[in-house]
Design a binder for this molecule. Sequence first.
Ligand SMILES: Cc1ncc(COP(=O)(O)O)c(C=O)c1O
Length: 435
Amino acid sequence: MAVPTEPIDLLCGWPNPALLPAPDLLRSATTVLTDPCIAHAGLLYGPDEGYEPLRVHIAKWLEGWYQPRESIHPHRICISGGASQNLACILAVFTDPLYTRNVFMVDPTYHLAGRIMDDAGFAGRVRGVPEDDEGFDLDVLKNGLHEAEEKAQAEGNTEPKLKPVRPWRKIYKYIIYAVPTFANPSTKIMSLHHREQLVRIARKYDALLVTDDVYDCLQWSAIRGEKAPEHACMPRLVDVDRYLDGGLADEWGHAISNGSFSKLIGPGARTGWAESTEKVAFGLSQVGSSRSGGAPSQLCSTIIDQLLPSGFLKKHISQVLQPAYAERYHDLSAAIQEHLVPLGVKVATPSTNVTGGYFIWITLPPPLRAVDIVERAQKEQNLRLARGDLFQVAGEASGPADRFGDKLRLCFAWEEPRHLTEGVRRLARVLQAVV
Ligand SMILES: Cc1ncc(COP(=O)(O)O)c(C=O)c1O
């Protein structure tokens, strides 16, 4: 059979270019660059914490979306160069490569975060925690923390070695990394019970919970045609940390939310924000690279800022992104049901009436291995797919060495909508040839 000439890419985790709000950014950029007050703020070095109006507007917008019990003060927000860059800054400020014992990452995990842990000195000390039905296997985490703490005590690892405590920073003993809502790659939503337990565990072991909350706004009904919920389906861990058991354990807290405009405006903007306690948000702003010249993405911050008070961002999310991604998600799901499920492929149904994000995570029937299927799909069907083992935490983790070797991640955000069903048909052809 001839190889299709038109490539189909279900691997790429980018937004489709048709969803990028270029005309609106042009209007914003024109406003910014023609008003000397804003232009000068945008083109000169900015404050360490980021462009103040954007902090104010993000705080207000997040308050509307997450509806936290307490209002969000802009001093809880620090502007970042996006979630990935900011993860590196968090590790730079709040960890010591010797005193901080381990990084615990949900497994499967957002694969590109692994390198950032490695850069910060945690190679060999990253531990995978299986993602269970409620989002994080708490028993494995607790055992791991307990063991690590005993080892640290036996070794006399009782204070930071390389990074002395400074007034603006606290060095945590552990980092726990997760994507609690619409996880990449699994799309799972961590239950409220597990969110609360995680915060309790973080407090007990002096861990900082770092969550990439980058997909939270991209949600819709799991039932086709039903109205999308108007608010976030879950509180973030940073919200839980504020209310749980009488509130924060101390002025630093134990959670930081890593937000990003990459999935809402465009990844090239490289602009995001972190929300945590005022102490942590300020500490983050004191990372060396921001002390030298202010927060990253200053010009972009002034341009993006125009989109918030006008209501554009909110409308873009609810009237453009959510319906477009919902349609794509439902098309891809329906195609999987029709063409792949009869071949033995399994796909988890959403555990709530809400779903979202960018991906569908599927399991191949035994004895098929994703590595072979991905290769054949590329060669025989001109189809790109992401194999499950890419998302395996590199480091110590429970479960078999090849635990995601039967999984594929399909992304519905990048390809043209008309290619989603065709991509699944091509995958079905590959499977039919081998089952
Ligand atoms: C879980 C997760 N975190 C972070 C990112 C990257 O975010 P940013 O572009 O803001 O660095 C992605 C992008 O795919 C992601 O899936």
